[in-house]
Design a protein around this ligand. Structure first.
Ligand SMILES: Cc1cc2nc3c(=O)[nH]c(=O)nc-3n(C[C@H](O)[C@H](O)[C@H](O)COP(=O)(O)OP(=O)(O)OC[C@H]3O[C@@H](n4cnc5c(N)ncnc54)[C@H](O)[C@@H]3O)c2cc1C
Length: 449
């Protein structure tokens, strides 16, 4: 029987940083990571397998990150967990004793209750090298591809599948616009530009419709929509919805809810020696404390760094999910942090917003400059920043992270108006029209008015 001070189950966005953090905080402890797959995909890179990077092999996390941190690896499936014996039982029959355990078992795609969902050539996005290789191979014989869902994953998949392929791509989205769940209606400026970009690539978007049935004998041949239309399909990729992998936790009798394994703000489960983080763990909003359904790699890694640090002494506290997203299509990047204006109002906040636009280099004629639009959303009552959206070129991806830092530090419009930035013509907007500061000033004017 094997034994380690710290055992981590799961080898992806949560499991790896949890193990590395444990190593950093507890250098004397033995650490062992169990994961079921031989090779681990970079989850966020999956859409790019179908275009830009070409194969699953080009989208792997190297095991050297474990070796370099003196973390032992077992490739096997954890089948059972005895909390009384502090023992994990593996599919191979081997057992591993732990002192502290971190569950980072992630999530799996939802099986949707659509008639015909089990037909051949209906794919979900499994984080599995062979499965994605099979999908990549299948695309060679696909003329008509339908993608269900126009969220971040759907738009990225559509764009990538269309690249270098003579293929008709249609996205079906139940809401009125793409990316609407993330951006809310008020940021439809971003959503519209994304739709325009996709249309330019020849991608067809059907909004306000649901796939009601997947047609065909063994294999999908078409999908039937709620508006009565049928669309030809040689393959359907479902780009929405995951459910937390909680089977092991359930067997061990850990407390669960709809969002996954219940954890407190230290990432501890109902068993004091077991922590959970990432997609398998339940989440709450930074703003309201209400349950949050967001599942992101950036959230998983943050939670992992809290769990790994807290194993033997509590030093970190989970502030809840802020929710920071970005996506890039060609030269267009759209990103959001925190609440959308609509989302904030739905949560009962009275809000004031400010918007600004400026080139992201100065002067605007500098090579590679893009226009950057920024929207900030403030709580009218105390002036604190509760959300932001950015649209621009590649620089928007890091810009949204600055906004996220302001949100997490509960900065008010007045603080942001005098935010000290470093600027340079080749890499940032001009300090005179810095859009973060201008948007805050505009919001302040409305607050005072
Ligand atoms: C197509 C796509 C694109 C995405 N893009 C982004 C993005 O751009 N930005 C972002 O922040 N998020 C993105 N996400 C979300 C992100 O991928 C997830 O939030 C992230 O993978 C969660 O990490 P995790 O480690 O919690 O879970 P997972 O990635 O699901 O990993 C779970 C791990 O646990 C292992 N495991 C599970 N059960 C067992 C067991 N019983 N025994 C042994 N091992 C087990 C699995 O094998 C795996 O190693 C994307 C997701 C998808 C599908």
């Amino acid at each position: 029987m094997k034994q380690a001070d710290v055992v981590v189950i799961g080898g992806s966005a949560a499991g790896i940083p949890a193990a590395i953090t444990a190593r950093r905080h507890y250098p004397e402890k033995s650490i062992l990571l169990i994961r079921k797959e031989k090779q681990v995909l970079i989850p966020c890179g999956i859409p790019y397998i179908f275009g830009t990077i070409g194969t699953p092999e080009n989208n792997l996390i190297s095991d050297s990150v474990l070796q370099n941190n003196n973390i032992e690896l077992i490739v096997d499936e954890a089948k059972d967990l005895s909390t009384a014996e502090k023992k994990v039982i593996l599919a191979s029959g081997e057992s591993v004793l732990y002192d502290k355990l971190i569950l980072a078992t992630g999530s799996s795609p939802l099986v949707l209750p659509i008639p015909g969902f089990d037909k051949e050539n209906v794919y979900t996005i499994k984080k599995d090298v062979q499965y994605l290789q099979n999908l990549l191979n299948a695309l060679k014989n696909v003329k008509n591809l339908v993608i269900l869902g126009c969220g971040f994953i759907g738009v990225e998949l559509a764009d990538e599948c269309k690249k270098n392929r003579d293929i008709n791509v249609t996205i079906v989205e139940i809401l009125d616009q793409c990316l609407q769940i993330a951006f809310g209606e008020e940021a439809c400026k971003c959503c519209q530009e994304v739709e325009d970009y996709l249309a330019k690539q020849g991608i067809h978007i059907i909004t306000g419709a649901k796939i009601e049935e997947i047609l065909g004998n063994d294999k999908v041949t078409a999908v039937k929509l709620s508006n009565g239309k049928e669309i030809k399909a040689d393959a359907l990729i479902v780009g929405i919805g995951v459910s937390p992998n909680v089977e092991l936790a359930r067997k061990a009798g850990l407390a669960l809810n709809k969002g996954g394994i219940i954890v407190d703000t230290t990432m501890r489960t109902s068993d004091p020696n077991i922590f959970a983080c990432g997609d398998c763990a339940s989440k709450f909003s930074f703003f309201t404390g209400q349950p949050s359904g967001l599942r992101l790699a950036s959230i998983a890694t943050t939670e992992a760094r809290i769990a790994g640090a807290n194993l033997y002494e509590i030093s970190r506290k989970n502030p809840g999910v802020v929710g920071v997203f970005s996506t890039a299509l060609g030269n267009l990047t759209v990103a959001i942090a925190g609440m959308s204006e609509k989302g904030a109002r739905q949560c009962g906040f009275e809000v004031i917003t400010g918007e600004a636009e400026a080139p992201d280099k100065h002067p605007a004629g500098m090579p590679g400059a893009s226009k950057m639009w920024v929207k900030l959303i403030f709580n009218k009552v105390n002036g604190e920043l509760v959300g932001g959206a950015v649209k621009g070129g590649p620089s928007a991806g890091e810009f949204i992270n600055t906004i996220s830092a302001c949100i997490q530090n509960r900065m008010r419009a007045d603080d942001i108006a005098i935010f000290q930035t470093g600027t340079h013509p080749a890499v940032t907007a001009s300090p005179i029209v810095y859009p973060l500061v201008t948007a805050a000033e505009i919001a302040l004017k409305s607050m005072k008015g």
